[in-house]
Design a protein. Structure first.
Lengths: 197, 197
DNA sequence: GTTGCGATGTATCGGCACGATACATCGGGC
DNA sequence: GCCCGATGTATCGTGCCGATACATCGCAAC
């Protein structure tokens, strides 16, 4: 999952690790807190040995003429390779089971702008299916096993069920939008075009 | 986190691993899918060497007189010890940062019936604080960095923001209920008591 | 009646991600 | 002059996951 996210961000522009982490935090802020360095740097190394990214060096205007001033470590800027772009598309389009869990779906969705409509529909429907299953499970528990659980546990299930139902509705809207070929999303689209003078 | 969940379930009754996994799935169905055996069995071992649980053997009515019929492996039933019960209370009441993330809070909440009101309030408020921070982060991104993100990413943030706002409202309700000393929760409590004849 | 399949049941292995920690530089406020 | 918070790279131990292996049981189809 990290592979996809990192390749996606480096697809937009080269970056060093620290910056990558910050961008990841804003781009995926709705999904996960912030990626740990204990995940980031090993992943970068993995992507590098696989040939999907390369070190670009820090040779911007005004560097390099003072190379070992104080044995400066220097930021390591990574950029995506051609193979990396292919890998990115592959990861983005492929649909394993982990594509539909909370994190996996979130990451895929965040890069929907780089996919085709068919893939978007496939992923949205897969996610819907998974959330519906979860919803049915919660409904069953609330229906049949309700008397065997305490009030707090039940309240937790109710809240979870509510979240599932909301997400399904949200997904339905997105799917309808995709099918009608409309723009990504317009939250309650305005009755008439306000950009027109 | 698994430690708390397992000790909590074994606190209710002794169980073997498979059953534990199923109960966990229904009790925490709103929080997480189902615990992996690759987590469950090592955790059970860990709890056992720590002295918090013990093997209770499978000596129910009608076993043991046919011990090695076909070299039967036999189910391993675990039960909680007195130290385990202490540990459970300790884990349940202690509030580290991981107590307030999605999973951690969910597990704690699922066992709220075994806590005192002060602890419940502390955890509910800690969780609220954390969700509020997340909410503010999303509001900032949607406000300031909106034009630098594509429509799908923005929609993801909107959906995340909505979920945060809902959860904060939910927590507010729960906190108000706790403070008023009322029963755990009553989703729009009925106007008059229907259990009375 | 046997065969085969799904549920029950215990267990390990490789790999990913996390939190804690260490270390170094830089700019600015006190 | 000094410290502190932001920037920046990196490793280590540990928890948890998915895949996999293996064994038993009841029962339904043939």
């Amino acid at each position: 999952m990290l592979d996809l996210a990192i390749l996606g961000l480096l697809h937009e522009s080269p970056m060093h690790g620290y910056e990558l982490r910050k961008q990841l935090a804003t781009k995926l802020g709705a999904i996960r807190a912030a990626i740990s360095y204990g995940s980031l740097y090993p992943t970068l190394r993995r992507l590098q040995v696989a040939g999907w990214i390369t070190e670009a060096g820090e040779t911007a205007a005004g560097a390099e003429q003072i190379p070992p001033l104080t044995s400066r470590r220097g930021r390591v800027v990574y950029k995506i390779t051609a193979e990396g772009k292919e890998r990115f598309q592959e990861l983005l389009a492929q649909a394993g089971p982990e594509t539909y869990d909370d994190t996996g779906f979130g990451v895929h969705f965040a890069f929907f702008a780089r996919t085709d409509q068919a893939t978007r529909l496939r992923i949205l429907e897969g996610r819907r299916r998974k959330v519906e299953e979860r919803r049915e499970g919660l409904r069953n528990v609330l229906g049949r096993a309700a008397e065997r659980l305490d009030a707090y546990t039940l309240e937790l299930q109710r809240h979870g069920l509510d979240a599932c139902e909301r997400e399904v509705r949200w997904l339905e809207e997105l799917i309808a939008n995709e099918r009608s070929g409309r723009a990504p999303q317009a939250p309650t689209p305005p009755p008439d075009t306000p950009e027109r003078p």
